[in-house]
Design a protein around this ligand. Sequence first.
Ligand SMILES: CCCCCCC/C=C/C(=O)SCCNC(=O)CCNC(=O)[C@H](O)C(C)(C)COP(=O)(O)OP(=O)(O)OC[C@H]1O[C@@H](n2cnc3c(N)ncnc32)[C@H](O)[C@@H]1OP(=O)(O)O
Length: 271
Amino acid sequence: MVKVNVDMASSFIRAVLPRLACRHLKIGNNCNGRYLYGCNKRWVSSGSDLVQVEQDDSDNEIVVLKMNVKPVNACTAEFNNAMTKLIKDLDADEQSKGLILTSTLPNVFSAGLQLTALHGKSYDEIKEYFSTFQTMAHTLFTSRLATVAAINGHAIAGGCVIALCCEYRVMAEGKFHNGLNEVIVGIPMPAWVSAYTVYALGTNTAEKVILSGKKHTPREALQVGLVDQVVPPDDLIQVSKNILSDLIKVGDYPRRLSKERLRKELLMFSL
Ligand SMILES: CCCCCCC/C=C/C(=O)SCCNC(=O)CCNC(=O)[C@H](O)C(C)(C)COP(=O)(O)OP(=O)(O)OC[C@H]1O[C@@H](n2cnc3c(N)ncnc32)[C@H](O)[C@@H]1OP(=O)(O)O
């Protein structure tokens, strides 16, 4: 096995990355199969392969995060923590401007909370688990980056919440569902999730969507505003990239501050 230290790998990536635009790098076993991505001197890594990181342009401005928790991208605590770390690292990296969030799985964006993690657990364990999800959602919602969810399959409950945390949502056509079914599975909707939903849909529609617990087809999701656009599956990533490119054209500082101010009121629901 070739030993790759950070300096060696960093110069390798800086030299080679521009020619490898749009491919992810998996660097030797000594990195535990983590996906590493070099932004100048900064390193962004999920710390696991539960989230794959793809750099999309030679300027390191756009990153594609692919959720990769088989079989349905249930949000395990480990996944939530890996996502939180990645988004924080990207936020701290001045070169990064936008992120696309999607899934490696062909038919599922995310099935939401890992329901099996709730069975037979103590109150404290469940509370701790919930807080990893809330921290991840909060980190994504308040990220300074421009964010687009490329929803390539079912987005249920927490999966829908992850998409709602993004600024723009594009969904692939198909036999998929998108919705907040918490009331159906017996979880009273937490106030902070309702607040994010109201932020995206407006109060009246949010109430209908939350209290019905309905799972929407892509077209229905578009009608109620859970998504902004529905496109053929093959166009999903390119459309998302085009939207993101438009979003990041705007001056970074005014955009960043405006996003922070727009979303600031909701910070009262944070941890
Ligand atoms: C501070 C409070 C925090 C609150 C958080 C905010 C509120 C969020 C709440 C939630 O997210 S609750 C979770 C609700 N999620 C669901 O109801 C989704 C349930 N799953 C499905 O509807 C379907 O699985 C699917 C996503 C539509 C995919 O269907 P598909 O036919 O492709 O796969 P399945 O055969 O159904 O499933 C495969 C496999 O995966 C297991 N699984 C599915 N969902 C989950 C899950 N959420 N958690 C854990 N495991 C899940 C399923 O049982 C199958 O397992 P096996 O039988 O193969 O072992």
